[in-house]
Ligand binder design. Structure first.
Ligand code: MRU
Length: 396
């Protein structure tokens, strides 16, 4: 856990959960998120293979956090002696090139991972192919520094986004009819467990809380992986932020019966026209938000913006194994043991028969026309009334 911090409003926040940590010797450890919220177990991740496995199995998840781990695993690989086998910079490029491709293939939708790998590729590309020990050593050091920066840069920008998003939403809804605090909804988990610290959408919620501008943060359970009920719940209760969990099926009812001020989500990929891929369930929240006149705000770092794609139709949406939707992880009330239990009949999700199918996309795409604003560390891009797109390039 990170140290306590005192807010501008004088509040002292308890230490936040963190997804990963790096010790003085460079050893990387992650919290096994499959065991949360019941058990906090740190596991070492020393190689690109271990990082791939941790990302693929979602022991670590969240767009910025997986980018950080992948980059840090390249740094660990180079620090572990692998660099001694290189004779020329071309050897470094050939070896790391395939490792970066491999790491990038672990999860396809979150562009932060691809962007982090591209950042390292750009360094490899700009290096002269010829040279000896001195050139190899300089290149290896450059890669290691850039890999660490992927992780380190994430924390500071999250605080900036949190502040910008909270200020914008407060301007829209604060003070109206004497309102002292906002009621907001979030989907998935976007806090310190999904990033290198503070979070994106949860960063905005935390900043509202720090400024005494939050009434309640409602969060959806976010099935089938339960990022909301397992992880967001843990983060918000740890920070003692007023929060209320809802089932995914209750979003409409909540907006119908409460004066909700905003839906705030993170993102895995925001494309040039503002269409945004995020955790499954985000799109339905956006449709309901429009129906109820509630601002729908996307919060993500510039590394989540992919200007190479024009519309959301081009985003590759990851399909998770069908069987994941038929299981839940939890704590046995009698024994206290952690277990995975099946909630559907045998065969559902694992048989080829037409009656055993499961639809399990990990993400959905919210069209820009349903998004009120995109917040990055560079600013807030607001959709003009009636517009079908958002100028995300203006905040990159
Ligand atoms: O499948 P996950 O848990 O990796 O999905 C995470 C999300 O969709 C988050 O909302 C997104 O990555 C933003 S995290 C700051």
């Amino acid at each position: 856990m990170a140290a306590t911090s005192t807010t501008p409003g004088g509040k002292t926040l308890p230490p936040m959960m963190t997804s990963l940590r790096v010790d003085g010797s460079g050893q990387v450890e992650i919290v096994d998120q499959l065991l949360l919220p019941h058990t906090v177990k740190w596991i070492p991740v020393s190689t690109p293979e271990e990082a791939f496995d941790a990302i693929k199995t979602m022991r670590i998840r969240g767009a910025p956090a997986i980018a950080s781990l992948a980059a840090l695993s390249v740094r660990s690989y180079l620090s572990s002696g692998a660099a001694s086998k290189f004779s020329t910079p071309a050897d470094v490029s050939a070896d790391l090139g395939s490792i970066l491709d491999y790491l990038e293939s672990s999860r396809p939708t979150a562009v932060n991972l691809a962007e982090a790998m591209n950042r390292l590729r750009r360094i490899l590309k700009s290096a002269p192919a010829a040279g000896g020990a001195a050139e190899v050593s300089a290149l290896v050091e450059k890669i290691k520094t850039a890999a660490f920066a992927v992780h380190e840069e994430d924390q500071e920008r999250n605080r900036t986004m949190g502040r910008l998003g909270a200020e914008w939403l407060w301007q829209q809804r604060g003070g109206k009819d004497g309102k002292k605090g906002l009621k907001v909804i979030t989907v998935c988990n976007t806090g310190s467990l999904a990033t290198s610290g503070y979070g994106t959408a949860i960063g905005v919620i935390t900043a509202l809380f720090e400024a005494d501008h939050l009434d309640t943060a409602y969060y959806a359970q976010t099935t089938p992986y339960h990022q909301g009920s397992r992880l967001t719940s843990l983060e918000l209760t740890t920070l003692k932020i007023p929060a209320c969990m809802i089932c995914d099926t209750m979003l409409g009812s909540l907006m119908q019966h409460n004066d909700i001020d905003g839906v705030i989500i993170g993102a895995d990929r925001i494309v040039a026209n503002g269409d945004t891929a995020n955790k499954i369930g985000s799109y339905q929240a956006a449709v309901l938000a429009q129906r109820h006149n509630v601002p729908f705000v996307v919060v993500a770092p510039v590394t989540t913006v992919d200007l190479s794609l024009e519309t959301g139709a081009q985003i590759h949406i990851e399909q998770r194994p069908a069987v994941e939707a038929t299981l839940v992880r939890g704590k046995n009330l009698e024994t206290g043991d952690l277990s995975v239990v099946r909630i559907s009949p045998e065969g559902v999700g694992s048989g080829p028969e037409p009656w055993n199918q499961v639809y399990n996309p990990s993400f959905d795409v919210t069209p820009a026309e349903l998004i009120s604003a995109v917040v990055t560390e560079k600013g807030v891009a607001v959709r003009a009334p009636g517009a079908k797109s958002i100028d995300v390039a203006s905040v990159c």
